[in-house]
Write a protein that binds this ligand. Sequence first.
Ligand SMILES: C[S@@+](CC[C@H](N)C(=O)[O-])C[C@H]1O[C@@H](n2cnc3c(N)ncnc32)[C@H](O)[C@@H]1O
Length: 537
Amino acid sequence: MKCARKKDQLVHRLSLLEVQSIVTPLENSAGLAVMAVDCGFDMMPPLSGSIKDKKRWTWFTMIIKQRYEDDQRVEVTKNYLWFKAGGEYAKVPFEGHKFRRFSSNLSGRNSTKAEQRAVEEYMKTIYRIAHDNFGDRVRHWTGGDDQAGLYDWPEVDKSIRSYDEVSHLFPLPELPISLSKIEMQQPDGPEIPGAIRPAVADADVLKGGGVLFEIRSQAGKKMGMVARCDIAKGTRILCEKPLLITQNMGLKMLEEGGVAAVKLKTLTKQQRRQFMSLHNNNFPVRYPLFSRGTFRTSRATGPGPGKNSPPPLGAVYPTIGLINHHCLPNAHSNWNEERQQGTVHATRPIRAGEEITIAYDLAGGGPSKARRKVLSDAFGFTCGCGLCSLPPFQLRVSDGRRAQLQRLGETIGAPVLAGRDPVAVLRDCRSFLDLLYEEYGEDPGILAARIYFDAFRICASHGDRTRASVFAGRAYEIRTVCEGNDSPGTKRMKSLMQDPASYAAFGAHSDGKKTPGFVPVNLTSDLYEDWLWRQRQ
Ligand SMILES: C[S@@+](CC[C@H](N)C(=O)[O-])C[C@H]1O[C@@H](n2cnc3c(N)ncnc32)[C@H](O)[C@@H]1O
């Protein structure tokens, strides 16, 4: 075969730097140099159809999807991820064992610089991710004649045709599969990625987990997510569809009823196999889905209690499910109802190498003893995070603050008090926030957004448009950081900031009285805060 003959001459291992220049100068009819792109990479030897290789491939495609989730030119179809730039669109198939070549070509004559840059960027990035995941098996080449690359084109074409033929002969099951209360969803590709976590036999670091993070082993916690680079506050780290979601069903019922285990029996053999592999092949155990905390309930963070609040929702996520818990987390996970996806955002700056953590217990958890019980009862582990591992004296200080936060939280939530004594409740809200900042530092995350919403609620129900708008604005800012600006919760805060009177209970306690709609001027920030919280008229 031509490819074998030419292999040693034509293909050399490229470092990432060597791939920097994939644009080849050519001459146009006027003799001017124009830039053209003609390059690609081959997978040699090809992947096998083994579960291990399938897992690695699914992981690889997921990283690419995540990298380009906001790129309009990257399109997902049934069989491929398409990169719609250049003369011939490059594509990554979802079936890795048939994959031979990723390539693109672009004539310099009819293309814009932007087009060339796009092709070049796709080429470099996909090559880098492929190389990170499959090492020297991935070989880069340039030059468009039939001698470039490890395979000849008929072989590459044959592999491409086989995707379409096979998917025609064996259509993938219709997903989501509707079950009465549980839905299995197709998360990111045609395969249900129980396969998302690649089996790595000889290394416990999964390279190429994404641009921002990698999944690697963590002492005492099996795996965890670690930042690959510095991540700015508010960055969306991850966004993914769950494998399985439940609506209107408590965790207890799920666990005690063993509902999921029963429902799994209704899945096809292939789906079950994939699903179980997500749980590290530790099936069967009593409640395989929940025993390792992968399944957790999270109240979708909507605008707050009320008939429009989304129902409680639990979900199994292939990647989010690998994030460990911390009682002082640096990230927040949220269910985005509109996208029907889970998101994870950095709630404070995260340094390269730092573990990315979220709080499983969204209520903040109380003092260490109470937190330990909740985490042990609901998720089956003893928390070993930095806060829980503090020396006793320091832990006592934190416990004292958390106990106070718990007490304040209860009074703030009492509806009678909000109607009768708004000034007292606002004072409690302010104290709560002061304590929260002491405990969590300058980025307390979603808990602060909730308290600002409570303050909004109190002011709005007393017809105080001005203060209500300020509080909704603060909640909006924090939600933007924790959930992104496409989250329904964030959007709701924005609209309440713009029009507090649109709140359903606006003026419910005001007896028709209107509060003057002006903000005092020339106040120092301390005095402004006193005015805002009604600690001074
Ligand atoms: C959702 S999984 C997270 C991924 C998990 N580390 C893995 O490798 O599958 C939750 C499990 O991780 C471990 N874990 C998470 N956070 C922890 C913490 N703060 N302390 C100890 N173990 C933790 C516990 O075993 C828990 O049941």
